[in-house]
Design a protein around this ligand. Structure first.
Ligand code: UGA
Length: 435
């Protein structure tokens, strides 16, 4: 099929490459010329495992092109809207102006056989509103939320655990289902569950899923606070409650909490939208989820200061990790960088290292010191803070690391190291939610 993808960020670039790899002819459209150039050259402007290979392969086969010219989308029958919906500055609500602009730019290229498929995370009610916007063209709109995780985006796009189609009732909805079934034929042939819903349900599925994940993380981090108050161990607690299949062990890793471009802004946008709908009480608990999450960052700083005898002044602190999670170079609302900045403002001499995210971190927070080489970053440190659990930090050898630092103080912000090993090698090991 001929497909256009409007917006080629994390979501759109992966979606465009994945759809081309399924055999479709894809045109990716973005207003950012530099991004278009980077994607065309097979070097995505962000780190996502497997994406570069997919881009190169699809372009070699002539099935994928990127452009800034939205009129090229006119060739396509199905148009995926993949632009961002960031948090509005100074408010909780999502900024949907990019979604509106994308649909607006498509309008004159739509015909009665076109299908517009929204994938962006939007406030409930957006699809219904946009259906009105494109109505004069006779085109159909549907919402097909995306559940991919950064760092696993290619795998999640090609092998999703479910597909949700939010469609209008009647013939228009039927036409949309048929078109998307054709696009996803390969994925559906793998027995991927497919749910057909109305617009509002599909929009809410996405926000509800992210809210649940955020709640799970903050729940275990609330338990970590109790463990700190009582001397218990939150990692054992998570293992034990997670063995109950109704609870499950996934997303119960206590530590520095969640960040990134999705979970934090999605729960806030959900609260804002619920308020507009007069249902703010229903999700008032998300405010507490947000607060628990933010408190972990402050607690991390307190533990580190405490381990350094009460002051950061003049102390050299090495922060391992800048990305909001491993296997990503995304630093949006990164808990690691939030902690690094707090310590720097309290007089610590902070050096941040990361396998992929230093460039982005430097752009956002030029006031911090960066060092790409882990060994050099560790050299002379008075304390080491593991804040993003990249494989190479989890694999650090306590004895070899001890040779590099000045003070053998380690704070494990993600509960991924084995305390006994570090203590045996002479380290003061501290963590969130563990004695
Ligand atoms: C999240 C969702 O997991 C995806 O399903 C969704 O599609 C995506 O948002 C989106 O809305 O686009 P992502 O932001 O890539 O994906 O990251 P996650 O893997 O969900 O991690 C979020 C944060 O939670 C990270 O900072 C991570 O370190 C933290 N986390 C995760 C924990 O603190 N503990 C855990 O047990 C798990």
């Amino acid at each position: 099929m001929r497909i256009s993808v409007i917006g080629c960020g994390y979501l759109g670039a992966v979606h465009a490459a994945a759809m081309a790899s399924l055999g479709h002819e894809v045109i990716g459209v973005d207003i950012d010329e530099a991004k278009v150039e980077a994607l065309t050259s097979g070097h995505p402007p962000f780190f996502e495992p497997g994406l570069s290979e997919l881009l190169v392969k699809a372009q070699e086969k002539g099935r994928l092109e990127f452009t800034t010219d939205v009129s090229r989308a006119a060739e396509a029958q199905v148009h995926f809207v993949c632009v961002g919906t960031p948090q509005k500055p100074g408010e909780f609500a999502a900024d949907v102006t990019y979604v509106d602009a994308a649909v607006d730019s498509l309008r004159e290229h739509l015909t009665s056989t076109s299908v517009v498929v929204g994938k962006s995370t939007v406030p409930v009610g957006t699809a219904e509103r946009l259906a009105g916007v494109i109505a004069p063209s006779g085109a159909t709109i549907m919402w097909n939320p995306e559940f991919l995780r950064e760092g696993h985006a290619v795998e999640d796009t090609l092998h999703p655990n479910r597909l949700v189609y939010g469609v209008a009732s009647g013939q228009a909805g039927q036409r949309a289902v048929e078109a998307l079934d054709e696009v996803y034929a390969t994925i559906l042939s793998e027995d991927t569950p497919r749910m057909i819903t109305d617009f509002a349900t599909a929009e809410l599925v996405k926000t509800a899923a992210n809210s649940f994940l955020a709640t799970k993380i903050s729940f275990i981090n609330a338990m970590a606070e109790l463990c700190e108050a009582s001397g218990a161990d939150v990692t054992q607690l998570a293992d034990a409650i997670g063995m109950d299949e109704r609870i499950g062990r996934k997303f119960l890793n206590a530590g520095l909490g969640f960040g990134g471009g999705c979970l934090p802004k999605d729960i806030r946008a959900f609260m804002a939208r619920a308020g507009e709908l007069g249902a703010d009480q229903a999700v008032a608990f998300l405010k507490e989820i947000d607060s628990i999450n933010m408190r972990r960052r402050v607690r991390m700083v307190d533990i580190a200061r405490d381990a350094l005898d009460g002051s950061f002044i003049g102390k050299r602190i090495t922060v391992l990790g800048a990305a909001f999670k491993p296997d990503s170079d995304d630093v949006r609302d990164s808990p690691a960088l939030a902690v690094a900045r707090l310590i720097a403002t309290q007089g610590g001499v902070v050096t941040v290292t990361d396998p992929q995210a230093i460039g982005n971190a430097q752009k956002s927070f030029p006031e911090l010191r960066y060092e790409a080489d882990t060994g050099r970053a560790l050299s002379g440190a008075d304390a080491v803070l593991l804040l993003t659990e990249w494989r190479e930090y989890r694999d650090l050898d306590p004895a070899a690391t001890a040779e590099l630092v000045t003070g053998k103080v380690l704070v494990d912000g993600r509960n991924v190291l084995t305390p006994e090993l570090w203590r045996e090698a002479g380290w003061t090991y501290r963590a969130l939610g563990r004695p």
